[in-house]
Ligand binder design. Sequence first.
Ligand code: LLP
Length: 429
Amino acid sequence: MVKNVQVLSEPLENRKGTLYFDGVSTVELAETYDTPLYVVSENRIRSNYQRLYSALAHNYEKVKVYYAAKANSNMSVLKILEKEGAGLDAVSPGEVFMALTTGFTPDRILFTGTSVRNDELKFLVDSKVTVNVDSLSQLDRLLKLTAPKILSVRVNPEIGAGHHDHCITAGKNTKFGLWEDDALKAYAAAKRAGVERFGIHMHVGSGILEVEPFLLALDKLLGTAEKVHDKLGINFEFVDMGGGLGVPYKPEEKPLDLTVFSEKVLSLFKSKVAEYGLGEPFFCVEPGRYLVSDACVLLTAVNTVKMTPYRKFVGVDAGFNTLVRPTMYGSYHHILAANRLNAKEQETYDVVGPICESGDALAKDRRLPKIEEGDLLAVLNAGAYGFAMSSQYNARPRAAEVLVRNGKCVLVREREQLDDLVAGQRMAE
Ligand code: LLP
């Protein structure tokens, strides 16, 4: 019991051995909505947003938090953050469409795509969202369509970080952003074309629990901003530091200390902005994971317990079709036996899914209580890049999503049915 207690902080709760999530019994949720099931806490998303916003606003007046919709683009999640006052970071026309549909006005949407098509650029121009260009080629093609009112350039600050190689988005080996010389060319070309308002942007990577990489990269970004300002007389309306704020996945990991983060990042920001004479730009961040990760659990039922001479397997109904992070990045997600919270962790299992690949494991060598068929497992921190990266692989309909709003449950995405597997397909004659 002691082992489990350490990870049970809000919105998780142990009530007589049963896991409650934001005040609701996970066992009842599984009975009502079936599994696999993503359960999202509205209150937790709100408090994550408010905690981050106020930590930043404490040190600087002009702050904007853009939610990176790629982490979780359920419309109810978008709406919660829209109501909180967030902006939205979109990476595809689809995300722009979803944001507009949810009620974000175009001036609150920043598009940061890579390898963008011409028809997509046209859609962005027509939608009147701010475009953050990722290459000289993209800028060139954009300027052929229009000189936008406001434009931002994604700069590669040459310092990357992240929880996995796939998630490091700055530095030598990345496809993202413009190197400083090209960034200068981009601003010059945009100015020549008649653009008058500007922003500057970077994104270091994803899942960063230290402040240092942000500081090094922000220092470099502001240096680039100074050159642009000096050489081209350009002023910046905003400086966007990108997302990437990490969350603890393992019980022993410490959360990012937001007070320290805000203090260090914003004192660097303020001193450089003053030193370089950059005026008073907005300071923007665009977190995905930080806002939604711990606001969601994935509930999955145990189908099989299977012993071989070498391993003990718990077979559940969520595989990498439902949550791909463990398979794709080797990511750790803490797992609780939702109906046995008071039982001692006495076994070591691989928790595996129904997908026909050996890489289909949610956890390996995981200490858990003795598990039986019919038990319910809760996979924690499933709100970011969980449902968003799920698929129909092995012809498995995707999971349902439920939102807990002030103790009431709302089905916010229906479970897909077998018919959904053939939707849009045509049988060739
Ligand atoms: N801004 C930009 C330009 C980004 O590319 C990303 C994430 C974010 C913001 C938000 O990053 P966050 O705050 O969520 O770390 N599927 C991976 C994460 C990929 C993130 C890609 N870009 C995972 O499950 O860890």
